[in-house]
Design a protein around this ligand. Structure first.
Ligand code: FPP
Length: 287
C-alpha cells in the first residue's frame, strides 16, 4: 500500500504510477491545479456484483474493500483534500441483520488492518452520521482510528455511517432553534449559519460526487452540501471500480464549466457568492 507520506500534489501520483501505464498517461492529461478539493462517493452495486457471479451479497461487500483502499491511496497521491465515502445510510438498517453484521465486521477488519497505513500517510480519519447507534465493538475501532489520526495533516477521510442528509439538516435546525431559544430573541438564519454547522463544514462542500452502478439518485447523501457539486455516474459496480475510473471522473470533471449559477466566463470565485454573509443576528450569540 501507499508507503510514502506527505502527499501534496498530483506529482506524487505521477512519481508513483508506472511510467507509460494507463494510470500514468491518464494522470498526465489532468490539470494539477483543477483537482477537486473534496470528492464524495456513493459506493453502490456490491449486491448486484455478487449476484452476477452467483455469490452471496456478503461477497460483494467484501470485494468492495479493495476499491476503498485503492481510491483512498489514489486520492492521497492526487492531492485531494477531503474524501467522503457513503458506507452505510440510515436506511440501510432495513437490510437483513446478517448483511448488516457483515458490513460491521468488514469495517472493523478494515480499520484494524489499515490504521497503520492511514497513520503513516497522514490521513485524518473521521466519520459522519449517527455512529452512537453502531455496535460497541465498531464504535471502539472508530474511536481509536479517529484518535490516532486526529493530529494528521494530510487528506481528510470521512466515512458516512448511519448517515442521512435529511437527518443532518434537521439536527442543524434544532441546534439553531436551541441557540435562538437561549438568546431569547427572534433570529433570522442565513445559509452560512447552516453551512458552518454541517458535519463536513471543515472540508468544504464536495466539488465532485461520484456514484457507481449506474443509478441516478443522491440517496439522502449530503443533501445540503451537494448543491453545486458536479455529478459523475458510472455503470461500473463498486467492487469493479478502479483508479482508472477515478481518473476518468476527474477528466470529465475538469472539462466541466462550473458556473455556480453565473455565466460561462465567470471565474469559480463566484462560489463565494453562493454563501451569503450571515445577517449577524444568530452569530451575535457567539460573539
Ligand atoms: C452499496 O451496495 C454498498 C453498501 C451499502 C456498503 C458499502 C460498503 C463497502 C464498500 C464495504 C467496506 C467499506 C469500508 C468503508 C471499509 P448495495 O449492497 O446497495 O448494492 P446493490 O444496490 O447492488 O444491492
Amino acid at each position: 500500500m501507499y508507503q510514502d507520506s506527505g502527499f501534496e500534489s498530483m506529482q506524487d501520483f505521477l512519481d508513483w504510477a508506472a511510467p507509460g501505464s494507463v494510470e500514468w498517461r491518464m494522470a498526465r492529461g489532468l490539470s494539477p491545479d483543477r483537482i477537486p478539493r473534496h470528492i464524495a462517493v456513493i459506493m453502490d452495486g456490491n449486491g448486484r456484483w455478487a449476484k452476477r457471479r452467483r455469490l452471496p451479497r456478503a461477497a460483494g461487500h467484501s470485494a468492495g474493500v479493495r476499491p476503498v483502499r485503492e481510491i483512498i491511496e489514489a486520492c492521497c497521491r492526487l492531492g485531494v483534500e477531503t474524501l467522503t465515502l457513503y458506507a452505510f445510510s440510515a436506511e440501510n438498517w432495513k437490510r437483513p441483520q446478517a448483511e448488516i453484521e457483515t458490513l460491521w465486521a468488514l469495517l472493523r477488519k478494515y480499520l484494524r488492518q489499515e490504521l497503520p497505513d492511514l497513520k503513516a500517510n497522514g490521513v485524518r480519519f473521521q466519520t459522519i452520521g449517527q455512529t452512537d447507534a453502531l455496535p460497541e465493538s465498531v464504535c471502539n475501532e472508530i474511536d481509536r482510528a479517529i484518535m490516532e489520526t486526529a493530529a494528521n495533516e494530510g487528506m481528510r477521510l470521512n466515512v458516512a455511517l448511519n448517515y442521512s442528509g435529511r437527518a443532518e439538516i434537521v439536527e442543524v435546525v434544532n441546534d439553531l432553534l436551541r441557540q435562538a431559544h437561549q438568546c431569547k430573541q427572534l433570529v433570522q438564519v442565513s445559509e452560512r449559519d447552516v453551512s458552518e454547522r454541517m458535519c463536513t463544514a471543515s472540508g468544504g462542500d464536495p466539488d465532485l460526487l461520484i456514484r457507481t452502478s449506474g443509478e441516478f439518485r443522491v440517496s439522502n447523501f449530503l443533501l445540503w452540501q451537494i448543491a453545486y457539486s458536479e455529478i459523475w455516474v458510472t455503470e461500473r459496480y463498486w467492487p469493479d471500480f478502479r483508479t482508472t475510473d477515478l481518473l476518468e471522473a476527474l477528466m470529465v470533471y475538469q472539462k466541466r464549466n462550473r458556473r455556480f449559477g453565473g455565466l460561462p466566463d465567470q471565474a469559480e470565485e463566484a462560489v463565494a457568492a453562493t454563501v451569503p454573509a450571515s445577517n449577524g443576528k444568530l452569530l451575535a450569540v457567539n460573539e
